[in-house]
Design a protein around this ligand. Structure first.
Ligand SMILES: [Zn+2]
Ligand SMILES: [Zn+2]
Length: 359
């Protein structure tokens, strides 16, 4: 039995065996009139996939197929869909697969923050079905969370935009990254490299902020206007109160002196975090924040409206993320998860060759 009755995917079986995903067949939740079925052709590999299957973010429902940077073709549409998707359309799905679409947050393009939001994988849907991600032959998703991919974007490049790209884009867009604004990007990894690309595409002056000079060359190739290494003595001095916005994409808060970073902000400047670093988190000192009336906040993925805008901007500006591809399969998924765990990626991996893995 395969599609439409069952899907196939590469599922992690337990926290102890997360490096060995196994080909698995499973029954998706019942098809609703507002759903879309997608035959997957590529899926990006996200740090969240690793945090989830290793149990690093807490209990996870095994066996689990992860992957929430999905690109594929529409193979079935419910008769009540209103977004105009058609069979064969190339589409993307990110980290969110459901929201109520009725509440105040949903109605103001903040469905990411809906109380009823459900994740693309590992979330329990009505009837007890656990959502499964894109290391799989197919996914079934509510149409609102399915985004047409513009023709100009390559599939392997579009995939990581659906989570990493969106996560970087939303706080830039919402907090006014545009010509005349000076924006810092802390942490040059998968999300940080997108923050540089999208910050430049929005017209802002972009500075990479990293511990050492190891990523200087990469950052310059990505198009930054300046580079700051925080290992250097008195590194804040030349930049005090000059930044309008700082996006923190660092995946660790260890030895992170927040006050140094906040001192870079101009009056009412914002420091926005997109990561969920493990460890003790940050120490806020009111006296230091009052010096420049700074804001400290967080941001989570992006709304449908923002993702559609981002994809079109990427196509229009010819944005090229740094993406390496790996063939999907037990071995490919294992390699991808391990390399992501070891931070051995510059700057994103996309699983491809789905037609060979699933006939
Ligand atoms: Zn992700
Ligand atoms: Zn809602």
């Amino acid at each position: 039995m395969v599609y439409p009755n069952t899907f196939q995917g590469f599922a992690v079986q337990s926290a102890n065996t997360w490096t060995r995903p196994v080909r698995t067949e499973y029954t998706p939740r019942p098809f609703e009139d507002t759903d879309v079925d997608i035959r997957v052709v590529a899926c990006g590999v996200c740090g969240s996939d690793v945090h989830t299957v290793t149990g690093g973010w807490g209990a996870c429902p095994y066996p689990l197929v992860v992957g929430h940077e999905i690109v594929g073709n529409v193979v079935r549409v419910g008769y009540k869909i209103t977004t105009g998707l058609k069979l064969g359309d190339r589409v993307g799905v990110g980290a969110q697969a459901f929201a109520c679409l009725q509440c105040k947050q949903c109605k103001s393009d903040n469905e990411v923050y809906c109380k009823h939001q459900l994740d693309t994988y590992g979330a329990t849907f009505p009837g007890g079905f656990v959502s499964q991600g894109g290391y799989a032959s197919h996914v079934r998703v509510h149409e609102y969370f399915v985004f047409p991919i513009p023709d100009g974007l390559e599939t392997a490049s579009a995939a990581p935009m659906l989570c990493a790209g969106a996560t970087a884009f939303s706080p830039l867009y919402r907090n006014g990254a545009c010509p005349g604004k000076k924006v810092g990007v802390v942490g040059i990894g998968g999300i940080g490299h997108f923050a540089i690309l999208f910050g430049k595409a929005l017209g802002a002056e972009i500075w990479a902020i990293s511990r050492s000079n190891a990523k200087r060359e990469d950052a310059l190739k990505l198009g930054v206007d300046g580079y700051i290494a925080t290992q250097e003595k008195d590194w804040t001095a030349p930049h005090t109160m000059t930044f309008d916005l700082i996006i923190n994409c660092a995946n660790s808060s260890k030895n992170f002196n927040l006050d140094d970073y906040l001192s870079l902000l101009d009056v009412n400047g914002k420091f926005v975090n997109v990561g969920l670093p493990e460890g003790d988190g940050f120490t806020i000192r009111p006296f230091n924040m009052m010096r420049n009336a700074a804001f400290f906040g967080f941001s989570h993925i992006a709304s449908r409206k923002e993702i559609l805008y981002m994809l079109n901007l990427a196509a229009e500006k010819g944005i090229k993320p740094w993406v390496e591809t790996l063939p999907v399969g037990e071995e490919g998924c294992s390699t991808a998860l391990r390399r992501c765990h070891e931070n051995d990626v510059r700057y994103r991996l996309t699983l491809v060759d789905y037609e060979n893995a699933f006939d």
